[in-house]
Design a binder for this molecule. Sequence first.
Ligand code: SAM
Length: 210
Amino acid sequence: MRLRNVKNKEEILTNSSYVILDGNKYYGKWCELFGNNNPIYIEIGMGKGKFIIENSLRYPNINFIGIEKYDSVLAKAVTKIDGDIPNLRLLRLDALNIDQVFYKEVSRIYLNFSDPWPKKRHHLRRLSSRVFLEKYEDIFVDKDEIYMRTDNRDLYIYSLESFSEYGYKLNNISFDLHRSEDDLVTTEYEDKFVSIGNPIYSVVAIKDKS
Ligand SMILES: C[S@@+](CC[C@H](N)C(=O)[O-])C[C@H]1O[C@@H](n2cnc3c(N)ncnc32)[C@H](O)[C@@H]1O
């Protein structure tokens, strides 16, 4: 996501009780931070945070963590939070290090409109590539569950193959999510693409370890 530099981003991030700058210290104990044992859902690459913030308001019995690697983008998300949302945190993290931050405590990952990395030599940077699937393996509580949405057909097909090769079963495959479902919590990118008539591709990839 291209975003102009937010000048006072450091101040916004350090003053926000929602922001976690050093996730490593909660490794294996995020439930202590939330003060309950409710399931933890994370969105990797949350951008400006609409999806994760709206979900946390809609589902108070789930703990939501939005992950973003760029400070300016994260700061934008912070400014969108209105009121007190105890089941929400925003984490500054490059997902390449996600396995150093969570250990067997995540119930669901959302990958929404992830960067497509169109050049073949960059495909392993995709958040659904085997490089990342390997890192996600130990962060899940038991069942691995990835909810993915994108407008990018090439990334979508690549991801279906990647999930499948890695042992995930593919559920709820849709080549036009908004035609079959309403009342969806949407992301900023999604709203933009839907408004210009682009179809949204989605899948729920599940790997049962038992
Ligand atoms: C195209 S935007 C989509 C934002 C949002 N999910 C939406 O749908 O509106 C992708 C976001 O993922 C973030 N991102 C990309 N790679 C990441 C990584 N390795 N770790 C954390 N965030 C990442 C980018 O900085 C950007 O904000």
